[in-house]
Design a binder for this molecule. Structure first.
Ligand code: TXA
Ligand code: MG
Length: 322
């Protein structure tokens, strides 16, 4: 059921149930992060492997301090600059954080999301919310309550509707557990903004492959079921696939074409607008029933880096498509 009653969400969460929650990045599938049984339900509903750890969500920095060994000066600086917002910090956890949340790791991922409904929900709870994105494992993350309802509605008793996600990409993950910070996932806060805040360049260390330390970074992820191909030259690809029913997910100026169903991420070439639309448009095209969805890369700057990362992962399984 979809609704906007915070009390309904509070009651269910207090009973150890799982609730869909809005954030500025994507919708989350939330449960009491200190209740192991409730956390197990999240993994089951998502069909997510237990080796893929969850983010704990809080309403304020003071509450986070109860669950980590320390918030070192750089982490504190980032926290004060960007929370609430689309950034997750990896910090050394203490014993209060159940191992199931971190998949046995000594680090815990924490974040203060920037959404009024969820902040007010978190303020009413005396525990953090463990929440991955509210999609079946491997599929595109949800940016509307309806996305969650459609795929997981039968398994989740309540979805708190906070409207469309304003950022549209998952949070940027920064490992703050060592002296040198590392970006572990590109996301809704650009690397540039983080570097400007800290005053140094930050290494980007995104693991990939089949047994990564950050399994959110599996090569194939965020993927539609319809073959999804990145093309360099649209005209050539249209000729190559001339017998197929084709869609094009584009950006900026796109010439009309009778052989294509076109969705434009941002006609005015605005990367924030493109990020907001990306997952919704991928879902729409996946549902219509094309033989193949063609797409492109956006400029590799600011949010464009995270957009390209998601597009590449969505396309990873289809590189041999003919
Ligand atoms: O924007 C977001 O971050 C959204 C909203 C709901 O907050 N959440 C989200 O969660 O994207 P999820 O579970 O889909 O991705 C979280 C990723 C994991 O796949 C993993 O890569 C990384 O965060 N992560 C979480 N805990 C970690 C840990 N202890 N060590 C290393 N990586 C961790
Ligand atoms: Mg996810």
């Amino acid at each position: 059921m979809i609704g906007n009653e915070i009390n309904a969400a509070v009651n269910l969460l207090n009973q150890g149930q799982v609730v869909g929650i809005p954030t500025e990045t994507v919708y989350g599938l939330a449960a009491n992060g200190l209740n192991e049984k409730a956390v197990v339900s999240i993994f089951k509903i998502k069909n997510r492997p237990f080796f893929d750890p969850l983010i704990l969500h809080f309403s304020d920095i003071e509450s986070i301090l109860e669950y980590v060994v320390e918030l070192n000066p750089k982490a504190l600086k980032l926290a004060q600059a960007f929370w609430p917002g689309p950034m997750t910090l990896l910090l050394k956890k203490n014993d209060k954080v159940p191992d199931i949340v971190t998949s046995g790791s000594a680090l815990v991922a924490v974040r203060i999301p920037n959404h009024p409904l969820t902040l007010s929900l978190l303020e009413q709870l005396d525990y953090p919310l463990a929440a991955p994105s509210a999609n079946p494992f491997g599929y595109i993350s949800p940016t509307k309550a309806e996305h969650v309802e459609k795929q997981l509605g039968d398994l989740v008793p309540y979805i708190l509707d906070g409207g469309d996600c304003q950022v549209g990409l998952e949070s940027t993950i920064v490992d703050c557990s060592e002296a040198a910070l590392k970006i572990k996932r590109l996301g809704g806060l650009s690397v540039q903004e983080i570097e400007n805040c800290i005053g140094e360049t930050i290494e980007i260390e995104i693991s990939s492959g089949s047994n990564p330390s950050s399994p959110g970074q599996l090569d194939k992820h965020y993927a539609p079921k319809t073959p999804f191909l990145i093309v360099d030259d649209l005209e050539t690809s249209i000729l190559k696939f001339k017998d197929k029913k084709l869609a094009y997910l584009g950006f900026g100026e796109i010439a009309d074409n009778d052989n294509l169903y076109i969705l434009n991420l941002s006609q005015k070439s605005d990367l924030s607008e493109a990020a907001q639309n990306l997952f919704h448009y991928m879902r729409l095209l996946d549902q219509i029933g094309f033989d193949c969805i063609l797409t492109m890369k956006v400029p590799e700057v600011d949010l464009g880096r995270a957009i390209n990362d998601r597009i590449k992962r969505a396309a990873a399984d289809f590189i041999h498509y003919k």
